[in-house]
Ligand binder design. Structure first.
Ligand SMILES: Cc1cc2nc3c(=O)[nH]c(=O)nc-3n(C[C@H](O)[C@H](O)[C@H](O)COP(=O)(O)OP(=O)(O)OC[C@H]3O[C@@H](n4cnc5c(N)ncnc54)[C@H](O)[C@@H]3O)c2cc1C
Length: 466
Protein backbone atom coordinates (compact mmCIF):
# COMPACT_ATOMS: atom_id res chain seq x y z
CA UNK A 1 0.00 0.00 0.00
CA UNK A 2 1.49 3.37 -0.97
CA UNK A 3 1.91 5.83 1.90
CA UNK A 4 1.35 9.54 1.34
CA UNK A 5 1.35 12.45 3.77
CA UNK A 6 -0.52 14.91 1.54
CA UNK A 7 -3.58 14.25 -0.56
CA UNK A 8 -3.78 16.62 -3.52
CA UNK A 9 -7.14 15.54 -4.87
CA UNK A 10 -9.55 13.46 -2.83
CA UNK A 11 -11.81 13.06 -5.86
CA UNK A 12 -9.33 10.61 -7.38
CA UNK A 13 -10.49 8.00 -4.85
CA UNK A 14 -13.54 5.77 -4.94
CA UNK A 15 -13.51 5.21 -1.19
CA UNK A 16 -12.07 7.26 1.66
CA UNK A 17 -11.72 5.29 4.88
CA UNK A 18 -11.28 7.44 7.99
CA UNK A 19 -9.24 5.62 10.64
CA UNK A 20 -7.55 2.25 10.33
CA UNK A 21 -8.46 0.53 13.60
CA UNK A 22 -9.98 -2.90 14.16
CA UNK A 23 -13.19 -2.19 12.25
CA UNK A 24 -11.41 -0.54 9.30
CA UNK A 25 -8.82 -3.35 9.01
CA UNK A 26 -11.50 -6.02 8.74
CA UNK A 27 -13.53 -3.83 6.38
CA UNK A 28 -10.57 -3.25 4.08
CA UNK A 29 -9.49 -6.88 4.08
CA UNK A 30 -12.93 -8.09 3.06
CA UNK A 31 -13.58 -5.20 0.68
CA UNK A 32 -10.32 -5.83 -1.19
CA UNK A 33 -11.03 -9.56 -1.32
CA UNK A 34 -14.59 -9.20 -2.66
CA UNK A 35 -14.58 -6.12 -4.89
CA UNK A 36 -13.04 -5.59 -8.28
CA UNK A 37 -10.92 -2.79 -6.90
CA UNK A 38 -11.18 0.96 -7.19
CA UNK A 39 -8.86 3.42 -5.50
CA UNK A 40 -8.98 3.66 -1.74
CA UNK A 41 -7.54 6.36 0.50
CA UNK A 42 -7.05 5.49 4.17
CA UNK A 43 -6.67 8.45 6.53
CA UNK A 44 -5.05 7.64 9.85
CA UNK A 45 -4.23 10.22 12.48
CA UNK A 46 -2.04 7.95 14.60
CA UNK A 47 1.25 6.14 14.18
CA UNK A 48 1.73 3.17 11.94
CA UNK A 49 1.27 0.32 14.36
CA UNK A 50 3.13 -2.11 12.17
CA UNK A 51 6.27 -0.06 11.76
CA UNK A 52 6.60 1.73 15.07
CA UNK A 53 6.61 -1.30 16.73
CA UNK A 54 7.87 -3.00 19.62
CA UNK A 55 4.26 -2.66 20.68
CA UNK A 56 3.21 -5.41 18.34
CA UNK A 57 5.23 -7.80 20.48
CA UNK A 58 3.93 -9.32 23.63
CA UNK A 59 6.54 -7.83 25.92
CA UNK A 60 5.73 -4.32 24.84
CA UNK A 61 2.00 -4.60 24.83
CA UNK A 62 2.11 -2.52 28.00
CA UNK A 63 3.30 0.39 25.93
CA UNK A 64 -0.09 0.72 24.31
CA UNK A 65 -1.18 2.22 27.61
CA UNK A 66 2.04 3.90 28.61
CA UNK A 67 3.31 5.43 25.37
CA UNK A 68 2.45 9.08 24.91
CA UNK A 69 1.61 9.29 21.25
CA UNK A 70 -0.56 6.24 20.86
CA UNK A 71 -3.13 6.73 23.58
CA UNK A 72 -5.55 9.66 23.67
CA UNK A 73 -8.07 10.56 26.30
CA UNK A 74 -11.75 11.06 25.65
CA UNK A 75 -13.43 14.01 27.31
CA UNK A 76 -15.53 11.72 29.46
CA UNK A 77 -17.37 12.44 32.67
CA UNK A 78 -20.40 11.28 34.64
CA UNK A 79 -23.66 13.22 34.64
CA UNK A 80 -22.44 14.67 37.97
CA UNK A 81 -19.38 15.97 36.13
CA UNK A 82 -16.93 13.60 37.79
CA UNK A 83 -14.07 13.11 35.28
CA UNK A 84 -13.48 9.57 34.02
CA UNK A 85 -10.16 8.25 32.77
CA UNK A 86 -11.31 6.82 29.45
CA UNK A 87 -9.30 6.67 26.27
CA UNK A 88 -8.58 5.11 22.93
CA UNK A 89 -5.61 4.11 20.88
CA UNK A 90 -4.66 6.17 17.85
CA UNK A 91 -2.60 3.64 15.95
CA UNK A 92 -2.98 1.82 12.71
CA UNK A 93 -4.42 -1.57 13.60
CA UNK A 94 -6.40 -0.41 16.63
CA UNK A 95 -5.96 -0.56 20.35
CA UNK A 96 -5.95 -3.95 21.94
CA UNK A 97 -5.19 -6.23 19.09
CA UNK A 98 -2.34 -8.06 20.76
CA UNK A 99 -3.65 -9.59 23.92
CA UNK A 100 -6.02 -12.37 24.67
CA UNK A 101 -9.49 -11.05 25.26
CA UNK A 102 -10.63 -11.64 21.71
CA UNK A 103 -14.18 -12.89 21.98
CA UNK A 104 -17.04 -12.67 19.52
CA UNK A 105 -20.39 -11.50 20.80
CA UNK A 106 -23.08 -14.18 20.55
CA UNK A 107 -24.93 -14.52 17.25
CA UNK A 108 -28.16 -14.03 19.17
CA UNK A 109 -27.00 -10.61 20.47
CA UNK A 110 -25.74 -9.64 17.00
CA UNK A 111 -29.07 -10.56 15.41
CA UNK A 112 -30.93 -8.42 17.94
CA UNK A 113 -28.68 -5.41 17.49
CA UNK A 114 -27.41 -5.58 13.93
CA UNK A 115 -30.13 -7.54 12.08
CA UNK A 116 -29.78 -10.72 9.96
CA UNK A 117 -30.28 -14.19 11.40
CA UNK A 118 -28.01 -16.25 13.63
CA UNK A 119 -26.81 -18.47 10.78
CA UNK A 120 -25.61 -15.35 8.96
CA UNK A 121 -23.49 -14.28 11.94
CA UNK A 122 -22.16 -17.80 12.50
CA UNK A 123 -20.94 -17.83 8.91
CA UNK A 124 -19.29 -14.36 9.16
CA UNK A 125 -17.54 -15.39 12.38
CA UNK A 126 -16.23 -18.54 10.79
CA UNK A 127 -14.86 -16.56 7.80
CA UNK A 128 -13.20 -14.01 10.06
CA UNK A 129 -11.80 -16.58 12.48
CA UNK A 130 -10.25 -18.44 9.54
CA UNK A 131 -8.41 -15.30 8.52
CA UNK A 132 -6.83 -15.02 11.98
CA UNK A 133 -5.60 -18.61 11.94
CA UNK A 134 -5.73 -18.64 15.73
CA UNK A 135 -4.68 -21.71 17.67
CA UNK A 136 -6.47 -22.86 20.80
CA UNK A 137 -4.99 -20.58 23.52
CA UNK A 138 -5.65 -23.10 26.30
CA UNK A 139 -3.20 -25.71 25.01
CA UNK A 140 0.01 -23.74 25.53
CA UNK A 141 -0.27 -22.14 28.95
CA UNK A 142 2.49 -20.65 31.08
CA UNK A 143 3.02 -21.83 34.68
CA UNK A 144 1.13 -18.80 36.02
CA UNK A 145 -1.75 -19.35 33.60
CA UNK A 146 -1.94 -23.03 34.66
CA UNK A 147 -2.00 -21.89 38.32
CA UNK A 148 -4.90 -19.48 37.59
CA UNK A 149 -6.72 -22.17 35.56
CA UNK A 150 -6.43 -24.70 38.39
CA UNK A 151 -7.82 -22.27 40.96
CA UNK A 152 -10.63 -21.19 38.65
CA UNK A 153 -11.62 -24.80 38.01
CA UNK A 154 -11.59 -25.53 41.74
CA UNK A 155 -14.18 -22.77 42.07
CA UNK A 156 -16.30 -24.28 39.30
CA UNK A 157 -15.47 -21.80 36.58
CA UNK A 158 -15.37 -23.36 33.14
CA UNK A 159 -12.33 -22.42 31.11
CA UNK A 160 -12.57 -20.34 27.96
CA UNK A 161 -11.91 -21.90 24.59
CA UNK A 162 -11.27 -20.04 21.38
CA UNK A 163 -14.37 -18.19 20.15
CA UNK A 164 -16.43 -19.53 23.02
CA UNK A 165 -19.97 -18.75 21.85
CA UNK A 166 -21.32 -19.45 25.30
CA UNK A 167 -19.26 -16.64 26.82
CA UNK A 168 -20.51 -14.28 24.18
CA UNK A 169 -24.08 -14.96 25.23
CA UNK A 170 -23.74 -13.78 28.80
CA UNK A 171 -21.23 -10.99 28.94
CA UNK A 172 -21.16 -7.21 29.24
CA UNK A 173 -18.56 -4.58 30.04
CA UNK A 174 -16.84 -1.50 30.81
CA UNK A 175 -16.34 0.13 34.12
CA UNK A 176 -12.95 -1.14 35.27
CA UNK A 177 -12.40 -1.96 38.95
CA UNK A 178 -9.08 -3.35 40.11
CA UNK A 179 -9.69 -5.44 43.19
CA UNK A 180 -6.59 -7.15 44.42
CA UNK A 181 -2.82 -7.14 44.60
CA UNK A 182 -1.41 -10.41 45.99
CA UNK A 183 2.00 -12.13 46.04
CA UNK A 184 2.35 -15.16 43.77
CA UNK A 185 3.87 -18.38 45.20
CA UNK A 186 7.66 -18.03 44.79
CA UNK A 187 7.95 -21.40 43.10
CA UNK A 188 6.04 -20.15 40.07
CA UNK A 189 8.11 -19.09 37.10
CA UNK A 190 6.65 -15.82 35.78
CA UNK A 191 7.10 -14.95 32.10
CA UNK A 192 6.44 -11.78 30.14
CA UNK A 193 3.38 -13.47 28.67
CA UNK A 194 1.83 -13.41 32.14
CA UNK A 195 1.56 -9.63 32.25
CA UNK A 196 -1.92 -10.24 30.89
CA UNK A 197 -2.70 -13.85 31.86
CA UNK A 198 -4.21 -15.68 28.90
CA UNK A 199 -7.34 -16.71 30.79
CA UNK A 200 -10.34 -14.71 31.76
CA UNK A 201 -13.37 -15.68 33.81
CA UNK A 202 -16.97 -14.55 33.82
CA UNK A 203 -19.85 -14.56 36.28
CA UNK A 204 -23.43 -13.30 36.16
CA UNK A 205 -24.59 -10.80 38.77
CA UNK A 206 -27.98 -9.19 39.33
CA UNK A 207 -28.48 -5.62 40.43
CA UNK A 208 -31.44 -6.50 42.66
CA UNK A 209 -32.11 -8.99 45.44
CA UNK A 210 -34.68 -11.00 43.46
CA UNK A 211 -32.31 -11.95 40.64
CA UNK A 212 -34.79 -10.49 38.15
CA UNK A 213 -34.19 -9.21 34.63
CA UNK A 214 -31.08 -9.57 32.50
CA UNK A 215 -27.99 -10.45 34.51
CA UNK A 216 -24.94 -8.26 34.22
CA UNK A 217 -21.92 -10.18 33.01
CA UNK A 218 -18.77 -9.58 35.03
CA UNK A 219 -15.44 -10.28 33.34
CA UNK A 220 -12.38 -11.02 35.44
CA UNK A 221 -8.90 -10.49 33.97
CA UNK A 222 -5.63 -11.37 35.69
CA UNK A 223 -2.27 -9.64 35.49
CA UNK A 224 0.93 -10.95 36.94
CA UNK A 225 4.60 -10.20 36.95
CA UNK A 226 7.38 -8.42 38.66
CA UNK A 227 6.38 -5.29 40.60
CA UNK A 228 8.28 -2.93 38.29
CA UNK A 229 6.72 -4.39 35.13
CA UNK A 230 3.19 -4.24 36.50
CA UNK A 231 3.66 -0.72 37.79
CA UNK A 232 4.88 0.29 34.34
CA UNK A 233 1.80 -1.29 32.80
CA UNK A 234 -0.53 0.77 34.96
CA UNK A 235 1.60 3.92 35.09
CA UNK A 236 -0.89 5.45 32.70
CA UNK A 237 -3.97 4.22 34.49
CA UNK A 238 -2.40 5.18 37.80
CA UNK A 239 -3.60 8.69 36.96
CA UNK A 240 -7.10 7.59 37.93
CA UNK A 241 -5.89 7.03 41.49
CA UNK A 242 -3.56 9.86 42.40
CA UNK A 243 -4.75 12.84 40.36
CA UNK A 244 -7.47 14.89 42.10
CA UNK A 245 -10.73 15.43 40.22
CA UNK A 246 -10.20 19.17 39.69
CA UNK A 247 -6.93 18.43 37.87
CA UNK A 248 -8.49 15.52 35.96
CA UNK A 249 -11.09 17.99 34.71
CA UNK A 250 -8.28 19.76 32.81
CA UNK A 251 -6.44 16.53 32.04
CA UNK A 252 -9.31 15.10 29.99
CA UNK A 253 -9.70 18.36 28.08
CA UNK A 254 -6.11 19.37 27.42
CA UNK A 255 -3.74 16.81 25.83
CA UNK A 256 -0.76 18.84 27.10
CA UNK A 257 -1.85 18.41 30.74
CA UNK A 258 -2.47 14.70 30.13
CA UNK A 259 0.99 14.18 28.60
CA UNK A 260 2.66 16.08 31.40
CA UNK A 261 0.83 14.10 34.10
CA UNK A 262 1.68 10.86 32.35
CA UNK A 263 5.37 11.73 32.61
CA UNK A 264 4.94 12.59 36.31
CA UNK A 265 3.14 9.26 36.83
CA UNK A 266 5.99 7.34 35.18
CA UNK A 267 8.51 9.20 37.38
CA UNK A 268 6.47 8.37 40.48
CA UNK A 269 6.49 4.72 39.44
CA UNK A 270 10.29 4.81 39.05
CA UNK A 271 10.69 6.47 42.48
CA UNK A 272 8.40 3.90 44.12
CA UNK A 273 10.39 1.12 42.52
CA UNK A 274 13.76 2.55 43.57
CA UNK A 275 12.46 3.09 47.12
CA UNK A 276 11.33 -0.52 47.28
CA UNK A 277 14.77 -1.71 46.02
CA UNK A 278 16.62 0.41 48.59
CA UNK A 279 14.44 -0.73 51.51
CA UNK A 280 14.85 -4.36 50.49
CA UNK A 281 18.61 -4.05 50.16
CA UNK A 282 18.83 -2.51 53.65
CA UNK A 283 16.86 -5.42 55.13
CA UNK A 284 18.67 -8.06 53.00
CA UNK A 285 22.21 -6.68 52.44
CA UNK A 286 23.57 -10.05 51.28
CA UNK A 287 20.95 -10.53 48.61
CA UNK A 288 21.34 -7.11 47.01
CA UNK A 289 20.24 -7.06 43.37
CA UNK A 290 18.37 -10.38 43.64
CA UNK A 291 15.16 -8.85 44.75
CA UNK A 292 11.91 -9.73 42.93
CA UNK A 293 8.29 -9.43 44.03
CA UNK A 294 6.04 -11.43 41.77
CA UNK A 295 2.52 -10.12 42.00
CA UNK A 296 -0.86 -11.23 40.76
CA UNK A 297 -3.64 -8.75 40.36
CA UNK A 298 -7.20 -8.87 39.04
CA UNK A 299 -9.76 -6.51 37.62
CA UNK A 300 -13.48 -6.90 37.24
CA UNK A 301 -15.11 -5.12 34.35
CA UNK A 302 -18.79 -4.86 33.54
CA UNK A 303 -21.15 -2.83 31.44
CA UNK A 304 -22.49 0.37 32.98
CA UNK A 305 -26.21 -0.20 33.63
CA UNK A 306 -27.45 2.91 31.84
CA UNK A 307 -26.50 4.09 28.36
CA UNK A 308 -24.51 7.28 28.12
CA UNK A 309 -24.43 9.92 25.40
CA UNK A 310 -22.34 12.56 23.62
CA UNK A 311 -23.05 16.22 24.31
CA UNK A 312 -21.55 19.42 22.91
CA UNK A 313 -18.89 20.95 25.14
CA UNK A 314 -19.55 24.49 26.29
CA UNK A 315 -16.19 25.59 24.86
CA UNK A 316 -15.45 25.68 21.14
CA UNK A 317 -11.96 25.28 19.75
CA UNK A 318 -10.87 28.17 17.53
CA UNK A 319 -8.55 26.82 14.90
CA UNK A 320 -7.27 28.80 11.89
CA UNK A 321 -10.18 31.20 12.28
CA UNK A 322 -12.63 28.33 12.27
CA UNK A 323 -14.70 27.40 15.28
CA UNK A 324 -14.84 23.68 15.95
CA UNK A 325 -17.53 22.35 18.19
CA UNK A 326 -16.16 19.79 20.63
CA UNK A 327 -18.10 16.97 22.22
CA UNK A 328 -17.82 15.33 25.58
CA UNK A 329 -18.96 11.88 26.53
CA UNK A 330 -21.30 11.40 29.46
CA UNK A 331 -21.09 7.92 30.93
CA UNK A 332 -23.90 7.41 33.39
CA UNK A 333 -22.11 5.20 35.89
CA UNK A 334 -22.89 5.08 39.61
CA UNK A 335 -25.60 7.63 38.99
CA UNK A 336 -27.98 7.06 41.91
CA UNK A 337 -27.44 9.31 44.88
CA UNK A 338 -28.15 6.38 47.17
CA UNK A 339 -25.18 4.20 46.30
CA UNK A 340 -26.76 1.14 47.93
CA UNK A 341 -29.60 1.14 45.36
CA UNK A 342 -27.42 1.93 42.42
CA UNK A 343 -27.23 -1.02 39.95
CA UNK A 344 -23.53 -0.48 39.16
CA UNK A 345 -22.70 -0.36 42.86
CA UNK A 346 -24.67 -3.54 43.57
CA UNK A 347 -23.06 -5.46 40.74
CA UNK A 348 -19.53 -4.34 41.70
CA UNK A 349 -20.10 -5.16 45.35
CA UNK A 350 -21.37 -8.71 44.81
CA UNK A 351 -18.85 -9.49 42.09
CA UNK A 352 -15.88 -8.48 44.22
CA UNK A 353 -17.17 -10.03 47.46
CA UNK A 354 -17.57 -13.39 45.74
CA UNK A 355 -14.07 -13.39 44.26
CA UNK A 356 -11.97 -12.30 47.23
CA UNK A 357 -11.51 -16.03 48.16
CA UNK A 358 -10.29 -16.70 44.60
CA UNK A 359 -7.64 -13.98 44.96
CA UNK A 360 -6.60 -15.38 48.32
CA UNK A 361 -6.10 -18.78 46.71
CA UNK A 362 -4.04 -17.35 43.84
CA UNK A 363 -1.54 -15.58 46.05
CA UNK A 364 -0.71 -14.32 49.49
CA UNK A 365 -1.81 -10.97 50.89
CA UNK A 366 1.05 -8.48 51.01
CA UNK A 367 2.58 -7.46 54.35
CA UNK A 368 0.12 -5.28 56.40
CA UNK A 369 2.32 -2.20 55.81
CA UNK A 370 1.99 -2.68 52.03
CA UNK A 371 -1.74 -3.40 52.39
CA UNK A 372 -2.02 -0.11 54.27
CA UNK A 373 -0.11 1.77 51.52
CA UNK A 374 -2.16 0.16 48.73
CA UNK A 375 -5.37 1.00 50.57
CA UNK A 376 -4.21 4.53 51.31
CA UNK A 377 -3.94 5.22 47.61
CA UNK A 378 -6.78 3.11 46.22
CA UNK A 379 -8.95 1.79 49.13
CA UNK A 380 -8.63 -1.61 47.40
CA UNK A 381 -10.33 -4.19 49.66
CA UNK A 382 -8.63 -7.14 51.34
CA UNK A 383 -11.72 -7.94 53.43
CA UNK A 384 -15.38 -8.14 52.44
CA UNK A 385 -16.38 -5.35 54.87
CA UNK A 386 -13.96 -2.95 53.09
CA UNK A 387 -15.73 -3.32 49.72
CA UNK A 388 -18.54 -0.70 50.06
CA UNK A 389 -16.07 1.97 51.13
CA UNK A 390 -13.81 1.06 48.21
CA UNK A 391 -16.59 1.28 45.60
CA UNK A 392 -17.90 4.48 47.14
CA UNK A 393 -14.48 6.08 46.97
CA UNK A 394 -13.84 4.70 43.48
CA UNK A 395 -17.17 6.02 42.16
CA UNK A 396 -16.32 9.56 43.31
CA UNK A 397 -12.56 9.87 42.79
CA UNK A 398 -11.02 7.05 40.76
CA UNK A 399 -13.33 6.37 37.81
CA UNK A 400 -11.69 4.40 35.06
CA UNK A 401 -13.08 2.57 32.03
CA UNK A 402 -11.73 -0.39 30.09
CA UNK A 403 -11.14 1.93 27.09
CA UNK A 404 -13.90 0.04 25.27
CA UNK A 405 -16.12 2.88 24.23
CA UNK A 406 -18.68 1.86 21.64
CA UNK A 407 -21.89 3.17 20.12
CA UNK A 408 -22.96 6.67 19.28
CA UNK A 409 -24.03 5.81 15.74
CA UNK A 410 -25.75 2.46 15.94
CA UNK A 411 -27.35 0.16 13.40
CA UNK A 412 -31.10 0.46 13.04
CA UNK A 413 -31.13 3.90 14.67
CA UNK A 414 -28.52 6.09 13.00
CA UNK A 415 -27.41 3.54 10.40
CA UNK A 416 -29.17 1.53 7.72
CA UNK A 417 -29.31 -2.17 8.62
CA UNK A 418 -29.14 -2.95 4.92
CA UNK A 419 -31.96 -5.45 5.15
CA UNK A 420 -33.73 -4.10 2.07
CA UNK A 421 -30.67 -3.28 0.05
CA UNK A 422 -27.33 -4.85 1.08
CA UNK A 423 -25.30 -2.05 -0.47
CA UNK A 424 -26.81 0.38 2.04
CA UNK A 425 -25.53 -1.59 5.06
CA UNK A 426 -23.92 0.80 7.50
CA UNK A 427 -24.98 3.91 5.58
CA UNK A 428 -25.71 6.89 7.83
CA UNK A 429 -29.47 7.39 7.52
CA UNK A 430 -30.22 10.55 5.58
CA UNK A 431 -26.76 10.69 3.97
CA UNK A 432 -25.80 9.89 0.41
CA UNK A 433 -22.50 8.13 0.84
CA UNK A 434 -21.25 8.07 4.43
CA UNK A 435 -20.85 4.63 6.00
CA UNK A 436 -19.83 3.49 9.46
CA UNK A 437 -18.13 0.12 9.90
CA UNK A 438 -16.59 0.02 13.35
CA UNK A 439 -17.57 -0.19 16.99
CA UNK A 440 -19.49 3.09 16.92
CA UNK A 441 -22.06 1.15 14.88
CA UNK A 442 -22.94 -1.19 17.72
CA UNK A 443 -24.21 -1.02 21.28
CA UNK A 444 -21.61 -2.04 23.82
CA UNK A 445 -20.92 -5.77 23.43
CA UNK A 446 -21.11 -7.73 26.65
CA UNK A 447 -17.56 -8.99 26.13
CA UNK A 448 -14.28 -7.30 25.22
CA UNK A 449 -15.20 -5.62 21.98
CA UNK A 450 -12.48 -5.88 19.40
CA UNK A 451 -13.74 -9.06 17.74
CA UNK A 452 -17.14 -7.40 17.39
CA UNK A 453 -15.39 -4.38 15.83
CA UNK A 454 -13.64 -6.64 13.32
CA UNK A 455 -16.91 -8.45 12.67
CA UNK A 456 -18.75 -5.20 11.92
CA UNK A 457 -16.06 -4.12 9.40
CA UNK A 458 -16.17 -7.57 7.81
CA UNK A 459 -19.99 -7.56 7.73
CA UNK A 460 -20.33 -4.12 6.11
CA UNK A 461 -17.74 -4.97 3.44
CA UNK A 462 -19.46 -8.34 2.77
CA UNK A 463 -22.80 -6.64 2.27
CA UNK A 464 -21.81 -3.62 0.21
CA UNK A 465 -19.74 -5.69 -2.22
CA UNK A 466 -22.62 -8.10 -2.88
C1 LIG B 1 -4.88 0.08 25.35
C2 LIG B 1 -6.11 -0.66 24.89
C3 LIG B 1 -6.21 -2.01 25.10
C4 LIG B 1 -7.33 -2.72 24.65
N1 LIG B 1 -7.39 -4.07 24.84
C5 LIG B 1 -8.43 -4.77 24.32
C6 LIG B 1 -8.48 -6.19 24.42
O1 LIG B 1 -7.61 -6.83 24.99
N2 LIG B 1 -9.52 -6.85 23.89
C7 LIG B 1 -10.53 -6.19 23.25
O2 LIG B 1 -11.46 -6.85 22.80
N3 LIG B 1 -10.52 -4.85 23.14
C8 LIG B 1 -9.49 -4.12 23.65
N4 LIG B 1 -9.45 -2.76 23.52
C9 LIG B 1 -10.57 -2.10 22.82
C10 LIG B 1 -10.43 -2.24 21.30
O3 LIG B 1 -9.12 -1.89 20.91
C11 LIG B 1 -11.43 -1.30 20.63
O4 LIG B 1 -12.72 -1.60 21.10
C12 LIG B 1 -11.38 -1.47 19.12
O5 LIG B 1 -10.10 -1.12 18.64
C13 LIG B 1 -12.44 -0.62 18.44
O6 LIG B 1 -12.29 -0.73 17.06
P1 LIG B 1 -12.69 0.45 16.09
O7 LIG B 1 -12.32 0.06 14.72
O8 LIG B 1 -14.11 0.82 16.37
O9 LIG B 1 -11.83 1.69 16.58
P2 LIG B 1 -10.25 1.82 16.74
O10 LIG B 1 -9.56 0.52 16.66
O11 LIG B 1 -10.03 2.69 17.92
O12 LIG B 1 -9.85 2.63 15.42
C14 LIG B 1 -10.10 3.97 15.19
C15 LIG B 1 -8.96 4.51 14.34
O13 LIG B 1 -9.35 5.75 13.81
C16 LIG B 1 -8.26 6.66 13.92
N5 LIG B 1 -8.87 7.98 13.94
C17 LIG B 1 -9.74 8.48 14.84
N6 LIG B 1 -10.12 9.71 14.49
C18 LIG B 1 -9.50 10.00 13.32
C19 LIG B 1 -9.50 11.12 12.46
N7 LIG B 1 -10.24 12.18 12.72
N8 LIG B 1 -8.74 11.08 11.35
C20 LIG B 1 -7.99 9.99 11.07
N9 LIG B 1 -7.94 8.88 11.85
C21 LIG B 1 -8.70 8.90 12.96
C22 LIG B 1 -7.57 6.25 15.21
O14 LIG B 1 -6.24 6.69 15.24
C23 LIG B 1 -7.69 4.72 15.14
O15 LIG B 1 -6.61 4.14 14.46
C24 LIG B 1 -8.37 -2.03 23.99
C25 LIG B 1 -8.28 -0.65 23.80
C26 LIG B 1 -7.16 0.05 24.23
C27 LIG B 1 -7.09 1.54 24.00
Amino acid sequence: MAKITRCEDARKYDFIVVGSGNGACAFLRQYLACSSGGKILVLEEGDNFFETSEITHQRNWTQSYAEGNIFKLHTAQTSDEIPILSGRACTMGGGGSINYTMIFESSDWLTKNLGHDQAYWDARKEELARSFERKDPTTNLTAVARHVKKKLEELDFSVNKENNMEIGKHVNDHILLPFGIYLLPQTLQVTLKDQYVSLFATTEEFADDNSQGEPTICNFDFFSGELGVLLYLISHLFLAFWVPNWLKFWMIRKPGVFNCLKRVSRTLVRILNALDDILWSIVNPFKMGKHQWNLISAIVKFNIAREGYYEPQPVCLVNENKKTKLYQIVLRCFEDKSRKNDPDFRVAETAIAKQIPLMESLGEKPHPIFQFLIRLLTRMPYKVEQIPNYINHYSRYDLLTEQHLSGGCVFGKALDLGLRSPKDTGKVLGSQNIYVADLSASPLPRVSPQMTAYLIGHHVATQITK
